[in-house]
Design a protein around this ligand. Sequence first.
Ligand code: FAD
Length: 393
Amino acid sequence: MAEALVIGSGPAGLMAAEALADGGLAVTVADSKPSFGRKFLMAGKSGLNLTMAEDTEAFLHKMHPSAPLAPMLRSFGPEDVQDFSRALGQEVFTGSSGRVFPLSMKASPLLRAWLNRLSSKGVRFETRWRWQGWEGRNTVIETPEGLRHLTPDVLVLALGGASWSRLGSDGAWVAHLQKIGARTLPFQPANMGFRVAWSAHMEKHFGRPLKPIALRAGPHSTTGECVISRRGLEGSAVYTVSRALREGAPLELDLAPGLDAAALAARLARPRGKASLNNHLRKAARLDPAKIALLREWSDRVPDDPAALAGRIKALPARLEGPRPLDEAISTAGGLSWDSLDENLMLREKAGVFCAGEMLDWEAPTGGYLISACLATGLWAGHHAAQWAQTHT
Ligand SMILES: Cc1cc2nc3c(=O)[nH]c(=O)nc-3n(C[C@H](O)[C@H](O)[C@H](O)COP(=O)(O)OP(=O)(O)OC[C@H]3O[C@@H](n4cnc5c(N)ncnc54)[C@H](O)[C@@H]3O)c2cc1C
């Protein structure tokens, strides 16, 4: 029986392992951490968003770049992700924004059921095994008992990106792949918050959500929610435009997305009487205290003229100081370049070695796009690795 070694126990690695086991190989999954799927479990802490209820072409449109991922997502798309969850006993539901979650909202029941299913297919698991590249033909693994030199028939690397390194994906694999001549692109934060040097006036608003709010950055715009934090501005709406911001586009906020500029100006032109400006903004423009504080924070002078004031509320220029550090990002851009892989996700520099998941050079917004693409690339790599083993061993 041909042997497969999968390194990395995130969604990409486990999906590859299952495809390899289904293909008739003896599979071992190894991870450097003492337990499996730590980032996947973390993703479930605030609601595991598995995928988006939209058709595959719309889904693909959100991936960057989309072309290399197209065959994988067309063969395992958002509908398949939902079926996959159901088959593991985790019924799903679709939230108002189209985001799909398991009913439990957590990752742990799904992961437990999945590991059981893999186990029943004969997959073996090893924890505290750290992949250290190659020595000649040998795959080198550091284990608590010392170094091991293995020669699996096929190897699948699903080592993750380079954020939240304490959960295992530390990006250290780059050096091993560069050593064999594979090309990598620098890691960059994706779906991250942005630093802001707040004045002391903002302190009482830390932790407050801004909702609804519309954000515009370059060609991208979104309406949703973000949070003022001690460190800056974060939350799903910021993540949605984070790629444009990272690439240098300025950010503009619309604090009153439900009203157009003319309607807002007409409301602001109503006689104010003895009301303070804050009260006037609260009543006439329906701005809550956090939005009013932000308007003041990012305006040298709040305009008196109703039309100018409405214009400022509808297009408030943000004063961001740059992205939060890579390690805090939800995901990472950059990683293993597509030109180092063939169409089956096999390394051009090393036959029989396949790669999948966030370690590849793609990025996508939050909304289940990340996990879905990790599952799709994991399945693709595992399936083609199994085929390769059949013809080469
Ligand atoms: C807070 C948070 C919330 C998130 N929420 C969502 C969400 O709701 N929806 C969504 O789609 N995405 C979400 N994500 C992103 C998603 O979790 C990741 O994109 C996904 O887990 C990546 O899967 P992967 O299999 O490629 O890598 P990972 O899940 O990162 O797994 C890689 C594994 O490889 C192991 N490894 C690395 N190097 C080595 C080595 N040298 N030797 C042995 N093992 C190694 C690591 O220990 C790790 O277990 C979230 C991420 C975070 C941080």
